[in-house]
Design a protein around this ligand. Structure first.
Ligand code: FPP
Length: 263
């Protein structure tokens, strides 16, 4: 059943009225939204600022999008914060990116707790500096019983290495007789991935005009709807997020089958 919700800009106009920023069907909000937050460097360059200024501005956008996703009752928001390939960047930039989770959480953790958000992380913990990992783990611990939005940071994440690791773990379990070859299905394989307790993303957003996956959730995105925008991540706001969901709601998802009226 169609149940419309009208979204308003939180800021009032000069005349004191509120501006409508979109209309969504409450019953088909994507359960899991994944975002490749791209364009921080270009945003900074346009302003003759160092690249890290773009990352800092990008961090602030995370707060806005977390709040609106939570209020729309999205279940999971996965954010690609640092890829296994991002270590190739200059050390100053890497060091700065590794400080951002701490800064974000030291500023916003009380608000996340208040808003019932649960923080999680996926990625290879091995190479992440302990100060970064400790901050994220502390937030995970403090929010573990929250029942609202799951805010899932992909940090030192790479999809190919995730799939390779899952394959090795499956093989080990076959060798040890825990599972047999016949047990290996889509569902079983999914349960060996870092996303084992989540549904696959329904919607993927990538900002900044790039149209590639950059080693992000290659298995999980098999039937996901993609939405690309030229907007750079630091300029991304609630209105763009709603636009992406409006477009998602206009799409017909067939998962390789047919529309019911076509069969
Ligand atoms: C890609 O833009 C962005 C990143 C590699 C980092 C994204 C990180 C954040 C938005 C902040 C993370 C904060 C927390 C709390 C985890 P780019 O640098 O590749 O931009 P460009 O393509 O314009 O150079």
């Amino acid at each position: 059943m169609l149940e419309k919700i009208k979204l308003w800009n939180s800021k009032k106009t000069k005349e004191g009225s509120q501006e409508g920023i979109g209309e969504l069907d409450k019953n088909s909000i994507p359960q899991h939204i994944a975002i490749i937050m791209d364009g921080n460097g270009r945003w900074a360059k346009k302003r003759a600022l160092p690249r890290i200024a773009g990352h800092h501005e990008g961090m602030k956008v995370i707060r806005k999008i977390t709040r609106i996703a939570n209020s729309l009752e999205v279940k999971t928001l996965t954010l690609y914060a640092f890829s296994t390939e991002n270590w190739k960047r200059p050390k100053v930039e890497v060091d700065y990116l590794m400080k951002l989770p701490e800064e974000f959480l030291s500023t916003f953790l009380p608000e996340l707790i208040e808003e019932n958000v649960r923080v999680t992380m996926m990625g290879d913990e091995g190479e992440i500096p302990s100060h970064t990992l400790n901050a994220v783990q502390k937030a995970m611990e403090q929010t573990k019983d929250n029942t609202g939005l799951q805010l899932n940071f992909a940090l030192n994440y790479g999809s190919r290495s995730e799939i390779l690791q899952a394959t090795k773990d499956v093989l080990k379990d076959v060798k040890n007789g825990i599972i047999s070859e016949e047990d290996i299905t889509d569902e079983l394989f999914s349960s060996y991935l870092m996303t084992k307790s989540m549904s696959d993303p329904d919607l993927l957003i990538r900002t900044s005009g790039e149209m590639r996956l950059s080693n992000f959730m290659l298995w999980q995105l098999a039937y996901t709807e993609f939405w690309f925008t030229d907007v750079l991540w630091p300029d991304f706001n609630e209105q763009h997020f709603i636009q992406a969901i409006e477009e998602f709601q206009r799409r017909s998802r067939r998962f390789g089958g047919l529309q019911s009226e076509e069969s």
